[in-house]
Ligand binder design. Structure first.
Ligand code: UN1
Length: 490
């Protein structure tokens, strides 16, 4: 794919029909090459919103009555299609979002794995049977579809996060109206195409490319039964309020300010590689990215020098080139927002280990690039508390293991943490004390497997966890059945 690749046209999926929208013009540009249009067209408007919710409602009775393994086979076929198109769609992902091609292709394959996992859920037990304290009675818990889900997804994983919400929603028999981030419309179209080609009936999945404003109206729409959201804490808490007023279930995955703690006995070479990956892959735009580093005094000098040298050597540039290790952030406005946050805290660091506060002009003009930056702090700073969602790592030194764990916990967020050590006592203390939803021992803070629960504590999340069997808790509702034959009189 080259700069001359023609731009795609935006389409919305409503009741099984691909349509153009009735809203404002949207131009989806490549963040590494300003001026290169990846996709363009009209956003969805209020008319399409009502039509999409209506279509999802209409499709629900039939889809929820379709045998679970039959629903699962459609997801399995969509997974095969994603695998077949991984190279092509992964490259489009890189053009649209800015992560490296290798990460883009990996993400399309990851979405395939997620669809396969959720698709296979119908082949496993989906309910529970309990003994009754009364003779002649059995108690069953049946898991049933909920209804119509509003699915609202972020830009940073344009296909994997939608897959891990849409796949369990559909597998458990629900129908969906999906609003992806408007800066990554093309990959949303690709996922919907794969599901339609795989045989998803009309109206089961509806896709609206639209603004946050209409996204809010979707979440508030009377025809919606439940909402799943990944994105900022600011938007997430607003959606929680809307759903609270309507007593509507909502699951949100929100911010993170994830810390890696490198303890005195850590394997420094391994820790440097993992911390660098956690902080700078996808230009730090993961809610699981490493944005804080706590390092033991005893090894801080050696470790930070190693980390800074390797980070300074990262190859930053157009992510379509295979030798590039870090691309731009998602848009020029995201770059400017992060730059403004760095400018506002310019006096806070005691040391800038690498990267820094100003990028050379030629780089700024070339695209939405920011240098991978590591800063050391001693006192209080917003850099320690605020999620920047970019390639910025804040460092603090600590005396001992306990001080390291305390500092990791010093955050309003609790998504993920990493601890680098082989000391069993420190590992046990970390497992017991760290207030996070995901804990990595000797690996980076990012990453999530399709078959295990994912989600955070504190302001990182609200509602049941995602992925694996945990998804069943949110995407089904239960009926507890006390079952007796009429002959079993008390
Ligand atoms: C990962 O770490 O690979 O928005 C997944 C996010 C998270 C997903 C992270 N919900 O970044």
């Amino acid at each position: 794919m080259t700069a001359n690749t023609p731009s795609a046209s935006l389409r919305h999926l409503v009741a099984g029909q691909w349509r153009t929208g009735s809203g404002a013009q949207l131009i989806d540009v490549n963040p590494a090459r300003p001026g290169e249009i990846v996709a363009e067209g009209l956003l969805a408007g209020a008319g399409e919103l009502d039509a999409a919710v209506g279509a999802a409602r209409e499709a629900f009775p039939r889809w929820s009555a379709t045998p679970h393994p039959v629903r699962g086979r459609i997801l399995g076929r969509a997974a095969d299609l994603l695998d077949q198109r991984a190279q092509e769609w992964g490259t489009e992902l890189s053009r649209e979002e800015g992560k490296t091609v290798a990460e883009g292709i990996g993400e399309v394959r990851r979405a395939a794995e997620i669809l396969r996992f959720s698709g296979s859920e119908g082949l496993r037990p989906v309910g529970e049977v309990f003994a009754s304290p009364r003779e002649g009675e059995q108690i069953q818990v049946l898991h049933k579809p909920v209804g119509v889900f509003a699915v609202v997804t972020p830009f940073n994983f344009p296909i994997a996060i939608p897959a891990w919400k849409i796949a369990p929603a559909l597998s458990y028999g629900n129908t969906v109206v999906w609003k992806p981030a408007s800066v990554v419309p093309l990959l949303a179209i690709r996922l919907a195409e794969a599901l339609v080609t795989a045989g998803l009936p009309d109206g089961v999945l509806n896709l609206l490319l639209t603004t946050g404003d209409l996204g809010g109206r979707l979440v508030d729409h009377p025809g919606i039964d439940a909402v799943t959201f990944t994105g900022s804490t600011e938007v997430g808490t607003r959606l929680i309020e809307i759903c609270g007023r309507r007593a509507r279930p909502i699951q949100t995955e929100m911010g993170g300010k994830n810390a890696a703690a490198v303890l005195a006995d850590a394997d420094l070479d391994l820790a440097a590689a993992e911390v660098m990956a956690g902080a700078f892959r996808s230009a730090g735009q993961k809610c699981t990215a490493t944005s804080r580093l706590v390092v033991a005094d005893a090894v801080a000098g050696e470790f930070l020098a190693m980390l800074a040298d390797r980070t300074a050597a990262l190859n930053v540039g157009d992510p379509l080139s295979p030798e590039i290790q870090m691309g731009p952030v998602v848009t020029a406005s995201a770059r400017d927002r992060i730059q403004a946050a760095l400018d506002a805290t310019e006096r806070d660091p005691v040391r800038v280990l690498t990267g820094g506060y100003r990028y050379p002009d030629e780089f700024r003009q070339a695209g939405a690039f920011l240098p991978p930056t590591i800063v050391e702090l001693e006192g209080e700073s917003e850099l320690w508390h605020e999620e920047l969602f970019g390639p910025v790592l804040a460092v603090r030194r600590v005396r001992d293991d306990q001080a390291a764990l305390d500092l990791v916990n010093e955050s309003p967020f609790g998504l993920s943490a990493a601890v680098f050590t082989d000391n069993l006592r420190a590992v046990r203390a970390a497992v017991e004390q760290l207030d996070v939803g995901v804990l990595h021992i000797n690996s980076e803070t990012a990453g999530a497997d399709p078959h295990v629960p994912f989600g955070g504590t504190k302001q990182s999340a609200f509602g049941p966890k995602e992925q694996g069997r945990a998804a069943r808790e949110f995407f089904t509702t239960t009926t507890t059945v006390y079952l007796r034959g009429s002959s079993a009189r008390p």
